[in-house]
Design a protein. Structure first.
Ligand SMILES: [Zn+2]
Length: 115
């Protein structure tokens, strides 16, 4: 998660910086038209939709949030920004688990598509 937060991760938005001659190098491998940045992966990319839904549900249950509470990028990646200290402490491992699951799925799909 620290890697995701400080941007030194393996997402295309970062790795694409080093291949400036490849116009699509920074795009999501599935969504093509969209840059693969942290926000896309955590909030929007359909590849991780059910991981996201499960993490949000776990977050709502664990932190006793209203079922209709809207959850942002920060709830999963930097909960201390949007939640009080005690809730953020409960939320952090859920976000960490989500990010790990996302990166594992991404790595598996990339491996699948390259081999
Ligand atoms: Zn995508």
């Amino acid at each position: 998660m620290a890697r995701l937060r400080c941007g030194t991760h393996e997402l295309a938005i970062e790795t694409g910086r080093w291949t400036p001659n490849v116009p699509d190098a920074r795009k999501c491998f599935r969504c093509h038209e969209i840059d693969e940045d942290e926000k896309h992966v955590v909030c929007d990319c359909p590849v991780y939709a059910e991981l996201r839904v499960a993490a949000h549900e776990q977050l709502r249950n664990t932190c006793r949030l209203a079922p209709t509470a809207s959850l942002s990028f920060y709830h999963l990646v930097a909960p201390q920004i949007v939640m009080d200290k005690e809730l953020a402490k409960l939320a952090r491992p859920i976000g960490l688990q989500f990010v790990r699951a996302v990166l594992a799925r991404r790595a598996a799909l990339l491996k699948e598509s390259s081999g």
